[in-house]
Each structure stands twice: as C-alpha cells, then as structure tokens.
Design a protein around this ligand. Structure first.
Ligand SMILES: [Zn+2]
Ligand SMILES: [Zn+2]
Length: 116
C-alpha cells in the first residue's frame, strides 16, 4: 500500500477519519485522537471524541439481534406460551440491537457528509 498523495512512498498507516493511506514522511500526522491526513480530518476526529461515542462495533449489535432471533425461534418452538421468558428476552435483544444499529447509522450519516 502506498501513500495516497505520493504514489512512490510506502504508507505507514491510514487516516483514522477518512481511511486514506499515508506515508510517514509528511502525510501522516499523529494526533491525540489517532493518525490523520489533514486539519479537517483532525477536526473530525476531535469532534467524534467530543461527542464521546466510543465506536461500538456493529458486530455486537448484529450479535444481539441474532441472539434475540434465536431465542424467539427457540421460544416459539418449545414453549406453549407466547409470553415465555425466551420470547420476552428475544424481543428485548432484537429491539436493543436494532436501536444500536440505528444509532450507529444516524451517527455515520452525520459524520461522513460528502466532502465539499
Ligand atoms: Zn483523512
Ligand atoms: Zn505522502
């Protein structure tokens, strides 16, 4: 992988905000919030930090939804009552996972507005 600006230089890392490959000579700037390529990306990283959103991996929310669905399936198959414990837990998990996913999508939309 080579630097996005200097095609002949090997990249030492990628910008934490936009993901561009950066060379160690002049493109990679190491800030308090991670590697970044220019001032606008540094601002973006700072803003992200200010909002305090530790990036929640989407894997966790997907895992929650999957677990919830599994519980629902289990509940419907092996239980006589619709409102059994597995069903209620399953609904809770699906709901919580969906909320996490939606929050993440909303955040991402705000973050990655098309560059001017
Ligand atoms: Zn960048
Ligand atoms: Zn470079």
């Amino acid at each position: 992988m080579n630097c996005y600006r200097h095609r002949d230089r090997v990249a030492v890392g990628v910008c934490a905000a936009c993901g561009k490959a950066l060379c160690g000579d002049e493109c990679a700037h190491d800030g308090a919030h991670g590697l970044h390529c220019d001032a606008s990306c540094a601002r973006r990283l700072r803003r992200r930090e200010a909002r305090g959103d530790a990036p929640v991996s989407p894997v966790w929310s997907l895992l929650l939804v999957a677990l919830g669905v599994a519980l629902l399936v289990y509940g419907y198959r092996y239980s006589e009552w619709t409102m059994s414990v597995p069903n209620l837990l399953g609904m809770l998990f699906v709901w919580y996972g969906a909320v996490l996913l939606l929050q993440r999508m909303a955040r991402r939309g705000a973050d990655d507005a098309p560059p001017p």
